[in-house]
Design a protein around this ligand. Sequence first.
Ligand code: DGJ
Length: 339
Amino acid sequence: MKNKYGLPYFVLLFSLLLPNGFINARPAGKKTKLEIFQPGESWPDQDGNHIQAHGGGILKINKTYFWYGEQRGKGLDPNFRYVSCYSSKDLLNWKFRGNVVKMLPPDSLTSGWILERPKVYYNPGTKKYVMYFHLDDKGYKVAQVGIAVSDKPDGDFKFVRRFRPLGHESRDIGQFIDDDGTAYLVFEDRPYGFRIARLSKDYMDVEKEMTLVKAHMEGGAIVHYQGLYYSIGSALTGWNANPNKYATAPTLEGPWTEFRDIAPPETKTYGSQSTMLIKVTGSRKTTVIFLGDIWRPKTQYDSRYLWMPLNLGDGKLWLPEPQPWKMNIKTGESSVVKK
Ligand code: DGJ
């Protein structure tokens, strides 16, 4: 039997199954290359879908960046919690690599349970990718971290266990890898402040507390820049933005300075909340980028991102007013793009 193409139906069917055939999730020509970062705007991945990687973290493996975050897209099975993974060479154009965690509630956790702020570390000794995330019940009373492990950066990650790091309450977590490769977890311990603790050799445990910063802050993020540690945190105001603040210290153990505003306080961090600081060391310049979430609690699938290079140095940190900007990933240079 022939169709209007003059081909037998089985040939047509076969061509539909070919990678470049008629069934193609991303029709050729639809792929656009982004040139500029646009803080607060919808941020399409290479398939044209708004990136779903909220409360996220970035891991660099060779020349590839991986962005993991809370997958809050529409139409997902509400029984599961998902972590997405994207990859990029330039921090701007991201390819969706899949949902690397799709998890049912572990043991006694029940409906409404929470998985937030995933962060992935690569352990060169075990060659495993180790993901930490905040695990909780819907009242945020469990206050634990969960660990999931994968052999590859793009999963699947298998859940291993959940616990309170060093026996302490832990809600928002942050990830910090120092210049010497040592891996740390930042976690908010509500009764006391936030703690910075070193991971064990295999990263499967939180081993040694470096410091307890007695400030009630979440969304903890750290960068080591020109011999000084800078730490940013946000106040505890739920999904509502607040003036994020920073402190500095010569070592992770401290002493930490008082916390100071990172932006005009009335802007409430331009409506965002810190999740990470990343340092891009290029051939000409080192740029530190503030990674923040602009939460939309009623339409979380449409939560946005505020990524902006910081003015940083000599113990001072300032988040400039968000504007479109671009970066040369090779030289590390960034500049604002005039409208
Ligand atoms: C603020 C935290 O930073 C978020 O990760 C999330 O836990 C919300 N609070 C929930 O209100």
